[in-house]
Write a protein that binds this ligand. Structure first.
Ligand code: ADP
Length: 362
């Protein structure tokens, strides 16, 4: 295993012609970290990854690998390995030849190449497939060859551009676990581009959420999910209820707020909560309790009465849409065998735990 390196982007801006696609990108990726760039299509993730690889050139800002400014260093001298979305394997070469290719280009002795290819194929469990051509492999195996080919050259930084998107849903779940295990084993600083929040949450140590070329929030999966910094992150990472409201007054340990649709709700005072004004509150669907109307209430929850307007049975849980006045709230309830979900038009009570309600101010 080689030394782990830090990757830093400082104030990077990049445009294609007049269209600015990256703005004020400031990012520190720690040595050995598995870091995901997450965002919708067109948010600038691949542009940033290609910039780190050296295939794109920023108009301004600095890029550092292991503390060294590499902004002007050509791709082949950066010691960075990239796995492309379509794998880009050589179709006329065997698995062995595909993995050996980068090592042969580096003019290593034949015996060293042989050892490195064998070791890398063992690492991705492809020892028995060395003689096959890419078209004789499954999608998952091709993906592993692409990975093996990249890690064989022992790059300091591994870049993965939507590496799982060509695989079917079940295999994707399996491969993301494999990828995580391999990354831990290698300890190589890895940057992973994905538009799939579940993929990012399950594999990455930390995630940077991007929208329209701007970093919206950087944090661990838990931080992003529990404390989204803004409306975009709240909506993009998981499902959420967002309701406009007005903070009316703030006291020392309680704030009182008036939501236009839910009436007046008292909430504990939260760090970083604004003093007063127009904001939004948010809470996750799984935090809400749905029960029969007029059942027991407590002070830990905000209790509301509503009418079920939609029911989706998803196996592990039931997703309800519940109308409360002019607002619709999404509530996910764990399903237990033998129980029957509420039916549309049922009147229900719903409880929102006060401690799970967050403020969003932009
Ligand atoms: P993502 O990877 O998040 O889907 P990209 O980085 O590929 O987003 O693209 C960001 C923006 O830059 C998009 O609006 C896209 O249309 C534009 N873009 C990407 N590549 C080029 C290019 N070679 N020329 C012009 N515009 C481009």
């Amino acid at each position: 295993m080689q030394d782990k390196v830090k990757v830093e982007a400082r104030n990077i801006a990049m445009s294609y012609g007049k269209t600015q696609v990256l703005r004020d990108i400031d990012l520190v990726i720690e040595p050995g970290e598995f870091f995901a760039l997450l965002g919708p299509s067109g948010s600038g993730k691949s542009t940033l990854l290609r910039l780190i690889a050296g295939f794109n050139q920023a108009q301004s800002g600095q890029l550092l690998i292991g503390g060294e400014d590499i902004s002007r260093v050509p791709p082949w001298q950066r010691n960075v390995g990239m796995v492309f979305q379509n794998y880009a394997l050589w179709p006329h070469m065997s698995v062995w030849e595909n993995v050996a290719f980068g090592l042969q280009e580096r003019r290593l002795p034949k015996s060293v190449i042989g050892q490195k290819v064998a070791a890398t194929l063992a690492l991705v469990n492809l020892e028995d497939y060395a003689r096959r051509r890419p078209n004789q492999l499954s999608g998952g195996q091709q993906q592993r060859v692409a990975l093996a080919r990249t890690i064989a050259i022992e790059p300091k930084v591994l870049l993965l551009d939507e590496p799982l998107s060509n695989l079917d849903a079940k295999l994707r779940v399996h491969m993301r676990e494999e990828l995580r295990t391999l990354q831990r084993k290698l300890g190589i600083t890895t940057i992973f581009v994905t538009h799939d929040q579940e993929e990012a949450m399950t594999t990455a140590d930390r995630i940077a959420v991007m929208d329209q070329g701007v970093l919206q929030q950087i944090g661990t999966p838990l931080e992003l999910f529990d404390n989204p910094a803004n409306r975009f992150v709240a909506n993009f990472v998981g499902t959420i209820n967002l309701l406009p409201c007005r903070l009316r007054k703030a006291s020392r340990d309680m704030v009182s707020l008036v939501s236009s649709s839910l009436g007046e709700i008292e909430l504990p005072r939260l760090p970083h909560a604004p003093e007063a004004g127009d904001v939004e509150i948010c809470f996750r669907p799984h935090a809400v309790t749905v029960c029969v109307a007029d059942s027991v209430r407590d002070h830990e929850h905000v209790w509301l009465q509503g009418t079920v307007s939609g029911v989706e049975f998803l196996g592990e849980f039931v997703r309800y849409r519940i109308r409360v006045g002019s607002t619709e709230i999404i509530a996910d309830q764990t399903h237990h065998a033998g129980t029957t979900p509420f039916t549309p038009e049922s009147t229900v009570n719903l409880g929102i735990p006060r401690c799970e309600i967050r403020f969003i101010s932009n």
